[in-house]
Design a protein around this ligand. Structure first.
Ligand code: NAD
Ligand code: MG
Length: 394
């Protein structure tokens, strides 16, 4: 067996840590090429030592010396690289066979897109990059023969139950609808009047999944599902009317594909990201993921409801964004990132997150997206506008 070289962008996060746990179960099959962190030097150094990484990447050049010292103290010989360009450099190394894109937010876009443009097998957790630059990813995949395997649990489920030739077009392969499940987050049954007092700690306390803070807040507002319908649009070349959302509080059915003949195929499993991570790493083979087995007889019930777009307006907004296309997903995502950051710093309330995003969407001009530079420019402009909107509220 030839060992595959894996680079993890964002190895110190929730997805990064889960990926390392899966890799550790298969030392003959995979080796770590590079690991990266934004600021957690101690964690990055410990990971590099434990997994014998060749390169350790830190975002901030000013932190390189401190990282070198931390590695030295652990007798770890990983080479230190620093700065944004270093992320793209390690993603595109010859030794890197596959890239786990696990940075949170639009900050992950450039190295993730560069990996796709270099034909690396792309294991995509960083949904925001697909949301804002889906067309560029589709183009890169077509031109460079890149395999993009979604790690987001819903999209990974869809990938598993779609026919392999889905890229010919969903209708051509008999698909009527992609049905994304949503847990509904921690406030599924909370009265709207009580939502305004939700604190960051409450919002980050998800009932089924243990995740980073940004995606936890997105799950609580259902903005996460909003981002995911746009992610699905690009990953599977789906039209807006081919995408639906259903609330499923137990997070056991990870998503479904409805076919023309009335069949509905679903992927089920415990809510543990190591399953989609292991699937993406090994596809088309199957490997041990280290997760608990699903025993349906232990489940009291599996429930399904229509989402309530009045209590969770962010999801309704996302369906408009899906229809609008162009730069709308960039604006939607950047405004949401700013609003979540402001909420996590107690600058705005929970219910103000979707209203800030909506105001930002109304204030930013519409346009088309043709290049990476245009994506980055719309992202920057939206952050300026949203910053002013937030300042006016606090
Ligand atoms: P996290 O906050 O736990 O980790 C984020 C990682 O990105 C960290 O390693 C951090 O150092 C790095 N990072 C943060 N900002 C950066 C920047 N500006 N530049 C470079 N690196 C930076 O996040 P997570 O929960 O692991 O999520 C990662 C991505 O995976 C997100 O896009 C999220 O939506 C997606 N995702 C996560 C889960 C989950 O269960 N956690 C599930 C599905 C999808
Ligand atoms: Mg998801």
């Amino acid at each position: 067996m030839i060992s595959q070289g894996i680079t993890i962008l964002g190895s110190t996060g929730s997805i990064g840590e889960s990926t390392l746990k899966v890799l550790a179960l298969h030392p003959d099959r995979y080796h770590v090429v590079a690991l990266s962190a934004h600021s957690n030097i101690a964690r990055l150094a410990a990971q590099c030592q434990q997994h014998q990484a060749r390169y350790a990447v830190i975002s901030d050049k000013a932190m390189a010396a401190e990282l070198r010292a931390a590695l030295h103290a652990l007798n770890c010989t990983a080479e230190v690289l620093a700065g944004r360009d270093a992320l793209s450099a390690v993603a595109c190394l010859d030794e890197t066979d596959a890239v786990m894109a696990a940075i949170v937010g639009a900050a992950g876009l450039e190295p993730t897109l560069h990996a796709a443009q270099n034909g690396k097998r792309l294991l995509l957790a960083n949904k925001e990059s697909m949301v804002i630059a889906g067309e560029l990813f589709r183009k890169a995949a077509a031109e460079h023969g890149t395999t993009i395997i979604p790690v987001d649990s819903e999209h990974n489920a869809l990938f598993q139950v779609l026919p392999e030739n889905f890229n010919r077009g969903l209708a051509q392969v008999g698909v009527e609808q992609l049905i994304l499940t949503a847990s509904g987050g921690p406030f599924l049954h909370t009265e709207r009047s009580a939502l305004k007092d939700i604190t960051p700690a409450q919002a980050c306390n998800h009932p089924n999944w243990d995740m980073g803070r940004k995606i936890s807040v997105d799950s609580a507002t259902l903005m996460n599902k909003g981002l995911e319908i746009i992610e699905a649009r690009w990953l599977f070349n789906a039209r807006p009317e081919q995408i639906a959302v259903i609330i499923h509080p137990q997070s056991i059915v990870h998503s479904m594909v409805a076919y023309r003949d009335g069949s509905v195929l679903a992927q089920l499993g415990m809510p543990d990201m190591r399953t989609p991570i292991a699937h993406a790493l090994a596809w088309p083979r199957r490997i041990e993921a280290g997760v608990a087995r699903l025993n349906l007889a232990d489940m009291q019930k599996l429930e399904f409801y229509q989402p309530d777009l009045e209590r969770f307006p962010g999801l309704g907004l996302a369906f408009h964004v899906l229809e609008a296309g162009g730069n709308a997903p960039v604006t939607f995502n950047a405004a949401n990132e700013c609003a979540v950051e402001a909420f996590l710093h107690n600058r705005i309330g929970f219910l103000q997150i979707p209203s800030v995003v909506s105001t930002a969407m109304d204030s930013c001009k519409q346009g088309k997206i043709g290049s990476l530079d245009e994506v980055l420019e719309y992202d920057r402009l939206t952050r300026e506008v949203t910053g002013r909107i937030i300042d006016s509220l606090v």
